[in-house]
Every structure is written in structure tokens, then in C-alpha cells.
Design a protein around this ligand. Structure first.
Ligand code: F0G
Length: 367
């Protein structure tokens, strides 16, 4: 503990962001003596929408700016800090990719080995996420099954082994960390927004945001709490249909989940928030994904764009009224899924290396 605990003050300029464990420690239920295992996660930008708002006052919480490119780093920092405090000797998780990428990095930071179980099969996990896990030297295991089956397997594995820390969002410290996204939104806006739109897969993050907003209202740091819009992909929408999905399908592989582990928490949150779960099609997700990159300059992964697709659907139905202040949580970076970006992009042109050749392919209307 000593060496890890001491490391956090080394080379820290005054005023620099210390990561969520230190910045929010008094608001986290983490053992007081837990070290901060941190990559300086959190403090992500809240970017105003220029063109996507459709008459509402819309902002994007750009969680792709976290150290491993997704919101998972908030939860992982706290979960791994807690695991180290409890003497864990290894980390395990199941994942559609981002949890494994984050677990791999924080395991490296903590000096612990990690076992990551992800679904086998072409396109089951986006390439950037696999690359991150491999780069960090984690033990990456492709399991013959979907995410839900992989999660059931690692839960059973970890339950019988006290020194193996399960870092999926069924670990309460994960949600503790992720609630800090709500804290930041309140700080950035001066209060909670009217609506928070967020993609839902295993249903941990929406539950965490709700906890964060409620805690800030209770502490008098926010006057209100938002209504919640939980966006699921149509082929993986158990919280919309009310029934588990045995074979979830969607282009948004991050949220290809049929039996969300935190379904009970998410249902309670949406009920208390007078919110809604809503299904969006893959075509709506890709439309939002392209719009974000091309019209807003924000490159996120497809699952993240489900939040904007859900927001648009809710604007169209009038559920979110004109002038409402809304935040879409863009959960992961676009580079996570390079194959999708290339598939959606225009084919590059190839020309001779001359000014004349380039002049011939200038954008229309430019001479
Ligand atoms: N967006 C992205 C980019 C995700 O990776 C996930 C979940 C979600 C949204 C949904 O969040 O599960 O808390 O409802 N990814 C998990 C993983 C399942 O293994 O990386 P949730």
C-alpha cells in the first residue's frame, strides 16, 4: 500500500486534476485507507451541441476523453482501488470490450494480472478494445457464448475465490465511481439538466448516474434531478420489452446484452426519475453516429450514439419538449471501433503526388 499510496503525490503540479478517487473521495464509499489507483480519469468535457439539438438545449458529455476511451475508467479506478485495499491478487471481468480495456489498463497500473472474458466471434468485440487489452498484457479469453453467458461464468468463478476481484458493474464500487459522471454534469451546468439520455446495456451506468444526481440533490449541490432516457438497441432491448433477450443483436456491440445484471436498479431509477426506456434501430444509431462525427465533430462509438438517437426520438414524439436542457452521455470513443468508421466513411481517393492532381480533387466550390 505504502508505495502505491505515496506515488499519487509524485510530480503533481498544484491544481492539477487528480482523478476521481481523490477528487471525489469524500463522496465515495471506499475504505478510507484505499490507495488511489488512477490514470487521472474523469473531468471530461461537456460540449454544447451546435446542430443536433432540434430545438432543445443539448450538451454532450464526452466520456471518450477518459484514459482508456470510455466511461468505464471512472468505475474501474474505484473498483481497482478497493480491490487493492482488500488484497486482491487478480482481476476478472466479462465484457463487450470497454470494461476489459479499462480493467486491463488499471490492472497494469496496480501491478495485478487480469483475466478478461469476452464473447468469441467475428465483430463480437470491436477491434480497438481487443487491441487495448492485448497491449496491456492482460489474459484475454474468447468465450464461446454471448456477454450474458460470459458474465455468469466469471461471477461463479470469482464467488469461489476471495483473492480474485470481479470488476464488472455488479461490483458496487463500479457504480460508486461511475456516479461521478453525474457530479461533473451538475458542476458543469450549475444544476442537473431536465433530461439525461444514456445508452443502456448491462444497465449499470444509468443506475450510477441516477445515484449521483440523487446524492447531489440530497446534499444541496443540485436543486433538481433529471428525467432519465435509457436508450437500448432494438435487437437488444430487454428493458423496453420487459423480457430477457437470449440472442441479442445490434451493430452497437458494446450494448449487445440480453440480460442486464443491473436491470432492477435501472428500472427503479427510471421509475423514480419519471423517465423512459426507449428502443432505437441500428439505422437510427448509425444516423446519429455519422451526424455526431460529421456535424458536431465528435467521434464516438456506435453504442454511444444510441443516446442521441434516443434523444431525437424523444424530441420527435414530444416527450422531450422544445427548449428543454438535455445531456447525451457519449460513453466511448470512436477509435474503439475502427472497422465501423471505415465502413461508414467514403472511400479515400488516390492521386499522383502533385499540386495539379490534388487541385483536381478539391471539394466542390473551392478553387
Ligand atoms: N456504452 C458503451 C460504449 C459501453 O461499453 C457500454 C457497456 C454501455 C454504453 C452500456 O453501459 O452496461 O452500464 O448499461 N459496456 C460493457 C462492457 C458491458 O463490457 O464494456 P451499461
Amino acid at each position: 500500500m505504502g508505495s502505491l499510496g505515496g506515488a499519487r503525490t509524485v510530480g503533481r503540479p498544484a491544481g492539477a486534476w487528480r482523478g476521481i478517487v481523490e477528487e471525489f473521495r469524500r463522496d465515495l464509499s471506499l475504505p478510507a485507507d484505499a490507495p488511489a489507483i488512477t490514470l487521472r480519469e474523469g473531468n471530461t468535457p461537456l460540449v454544447p451541441a451546435l446542430r443536433a439539438g432540434r430545438g432543445a438545449d443539448l450538451f454532450f458529455k464526452v466520456e471518450g476523453c477518459n484514459p482508456t476511451g470510455s466511461f468505464k475508467d471512472r468505475g474501474m479506478a474505484v473498483a481497482v482501488s478497493g480491490a487493492v485495499a482488500e488484497g486482491a491478487r487478480a482481476l476478472v471481468c466479462a465484457s463487450t470490450g470497454n470494461t476489459s480495456a479499462s480493467a486491463a489498463a488499471y490492472a497494469a497500473r496496480a501491478g495485478l494480472p487480469a483475466l478478461l472474458a469476452v464473447p468469441a466471434g467475428d465483430g463480437a468485440v470491436a477491434k480497438g478494445k481487443l487491441a487495448q487489452a492485448l497491449a496491456a498484457g492482460a489474459r484475454l479469453v474468447l468465450v464461446r457464448g454471448n456477454f450474458d453467458q460470459a458474465l455468469a461464468a466469471v461471477r461463479t468463478l470469482a464467488a469461489a475465490r476471495p483473492h480474485v476481484a470481479l470488476v464488472n458493474s455488479v461490483n458496487p464500487l463500479r457504480l460508486e465511481g461511475q456516479k461521478t459522471g453525474a457530479f461533473e454534469v451538475v458542476a458543469q451546468l450549475g444544476d442537473a439538466p431536465d433530461w439525461l439520455c444514456i445508452p443502456v446495456g448491462n444497465a449499470g451506468n444509468i443506475s450510477a448516474y441516477w445515484r449521483g444526481f440523487c446524492e447531489y440533490r440530497a446534499a444541496g449541490r443540485a436543486r433538481s434531478v433529471p428525467r432519465l432516457l435509457g436508450a437500448q438497441a432494438e435487437g437488444a432491448a430487454p428493458l423496453v420489452s420487459g423480457r430477457p433477450v437470449d440472442a441479442p443483436v445490434t451493430v452497437a456491440s458494446a450494448i449487445r446484452i440480453g440480460r442486464p445484471a443491473s436491470a432492477h436498479l435501472a428500472r427503479a431509477a427510471v421509475a423514480e426519475a419519471d423517465g423512459r426506456f426507449l428502443a432505437v434501430t441500428d439505422a437510427q444509431i448509425i444516423e446519429a453516429y455519422r451526424f455526431l462525427a460529421r456535424q458536431e465533430g465528435i467521434f464516438c462509438e456506435p453504442a454511444s450514439a444510441a443516446s442521441l438517437a434516443g434523444f431525437w426520438a424523444a424530441r420527435a414524439s414530444g416527450l422531450i419538449p422544445e427548449g428543454a436542457r438535455a445531456v447525451c452521455v457519449l460513453t466511448g470513443h470512436g477509435l474503439k471501433d475502427p472497422d465501423r468508421a471505415v465502413a461508414e466513411g467514403d472511400a479515400p481517393l488516390e492521386v499522383e503526388a502533385t499540386a495539379e492532381a490534388l487541385a483536381g480533387v478539391l471539394p466542390p466550390g473551392v478553387d
